[in-house]
Design a protein around this ligand. Structure first.
Ligand code: ZN
Length: 245
């Protein structure tokens, strides 16, 4: 349900105004989709991944985003219960789903989507965690500056859109979350990038969208960040004590 909406927003916003067409259409033949072609996940499989009118393949991204959204909303509820953090998590997940779609389709992170979500994320985080506003802001700035440094050092490959995105992420997950997100995203990027080259899906030097990696990493940080950081330091402490004995 929500996942389908994020697909639509992600695909349409970079093209034209916000949801100018009220009805969903096939991007190839522009035929207006009926209700039974719009059932999340199910329609995709019933139509054998093809448009009923023009037989053009439907991107597997549709059911993947729909399923992931449903799973992430469930995880959010399971993790936070009915609370402000749950609301924050829903909003954050929604933003990331839309960004994953726009980045995979167009290699683009629209400013208007980031601008739409940022004030709400900022306010919710402020209300929910009762940390002062400048600390929330610091998380965002920390994200912006970290990625700016990485862009300068790496000399390209990562865009300004990714930088703004991690700035918004920093507001929600704080500076520790940003550090963890960058580590996980880099690791995922290397592993997945290597697999794609091996499978001959992409060529070496061909840029691949980085936002999906950042998004997955940020969600891991949101849900399990504290546990991961704590385990990490416990391991170091154990190793330190072991070698100093
Ligand atoms: Zn079609």
């Amino acid at each position: 349900m929500f996942g389908s909406f994020f697909n639509v927003v992600g695909i349409r916003v970079p093209l034209r105004g916000f949801l100018q067409h009220t009805r969903s259409i096939c991007p190839h033949c522009l035929h207006t989709l009926s209700w039974y072609e719009l059932i999340p996940v199910l329609s995709y499989f019933l139509q054998l991944a093809k448009c009923r009118q023009c037989s053009q393949p439907i991107s597997p991204l549709y059911p993947i985003v729909e399923c992931s959204t449903a799973i992430l909303f469930t995880v959010s509820f399971h993790h936070f219960g009915l609370s402000g953090s749950f609301l924050l998590s829903l909003l954050f997940t929604s933003l990331l789903m839309i960004i994953i779609v726009t980045d995979l389709y167009y290699m683009l992170i629209p400013d208007k989507i980031l601008l739409l979500f940022t004030p709400f994320l900022f306010l919710l985080r402020l209300i929910e965690t009762s940390i002062p506003w400048y600390e929330v802001l610091f998380g965002g700035l920390f994200g912006l500056v970290s990625l700016a440094i990485i862009i300068l050092l790496s000399g390209g490959g990562i865009g300004a859109g990714d930088m703004k995105l991690i700035g918004v992420m920093g507001i929600v997950i704080g500076w520790q979350g940003v550090l963890l997100t960058l580590c996980i995203a880099a690791l995922l990027g290397v592993v997945v990038g290597y697999c794609l080259i091996m499978a001959k899906v992409t060529r070496r030097q061909q840029p691949i969208p980085f936002a999906p990696f950042l998004a997955v990493a940020a969600l891991i940080s949101l849900f399990w960040g504290e546990d991961i950081i704590q385990t990490y330091f416990t391991l170091w402490k154990s190793a330190f004590l072991f070698f100093c004995r």
